[in-house]
Design a protein around this ligand. Structure first.
Ligand code: 0O2
Length: 213
């Protein structure tokens, strides 16, 4: 277990640092009084049980190694949730420009949804972590999705966990329909996006004035 703690330490540090940095994007937009593409951020280090499952799936040895660090790209995982589908492209462009990380791969499961109905934009980054023994570069996965995509993915994830990946056909069909409903919700919201943004800016200005009283 000690070996795993040592191996996972830079991943934990990367998740902590990236959460703060990505929250910084949100604060900067807020300061400039413009719509922020970032609604909220979560992050986690992949639990050992999930790392174990993945090594079984990929017929790898379950031990801390360079091969494991290269093959399992989401040991450090961040998720950025946004309100509108367009916000996703804004966030991706912002991440590509940063010089504290390097985007090495992008997977667009929005234009190309997964057979389950899953939609999200995945970015794999290289991220340097400073340790007491020098710099260690790790891989991390950033998933970017709308609130509707996130709602669907969390529900589907729980159901898959409950049924151990063998969803009854009826539930699979309902989930496919729910994924389409979530997609339509995103489309509808995009159509009234400017109205919604205006209303939100108006509301936050109103709150600020009320707080000053
Ligand atoms: P967890 O619990 O989120 O860590 P693989 O990593 O082998 O599964 P691939 O193609 O290498 O697949 O990576 P991919 O598909 O880019 O990213 C996998 C992660 O995306 C998953 O991590 C989920 O977080 C999410 N994901 C992918 N497909 C689905 C799906 O159909 N439903 C849901 N709810 N999430 C999905 P893990 O390790 O599976 O789980």
């Amino acid at each position: 277990m000690g070996q795993w703690s040592l191996f996972l330490q830079p991943y934990k540090q990367a998740v902590d640092e990236l959460k703060i940095k990505l929250k910084g994007i949100r604060s900067q937009y807020e300061l400039e009084d413009v719509h922020t593409p970032v609604e909220f951020i979560t992050g986690r280090v992949k639990p050992l049980a999930s790392i174990y499952d993945k090594t079984l799936e990929r017929e790898m040895v379950f031990e801390p190694s360079e091969q494991l660090a290269e093959e399992i790209q989401d040991i450090a995982g961040l998720r950025i949730m946004c309100q509108f589908v367009d916000d996703i492209a804004t966030i991706v462009a912002t991440l590509r420009k940063r010089n504290d990380l390097e985007v090495i791969e992008e997977r667009d499961y929005i234009s190309h949804k997964k057979p389950s109905g899953y939609r999200s934009y995945h970015i794999i980054i290289k991220y340097p972590v400073q340790t007491i023994h020098g710099e260690v570069t790790i891989l991390a996965e950033i998933q970017i999705r709308t609130l509707a995509m996130n709602f669907w993915a969390s529900i589907e994830h729980s159901l898959n966990y409950k049924y151990e990946g063998e969803l009854p056909t009826e539930i699979s069909h309902r989930l496919e329909r729910a994924a389409e409903a979530a997609f339509r919700l995103d489309e509808e919201m995009s159509l009234i996006r400017d109205e919604v943004k205006d209303a939100q800016m108006y509301f936050s200005a109103f709150k600020e004035t009320a707080n000053r009283r």
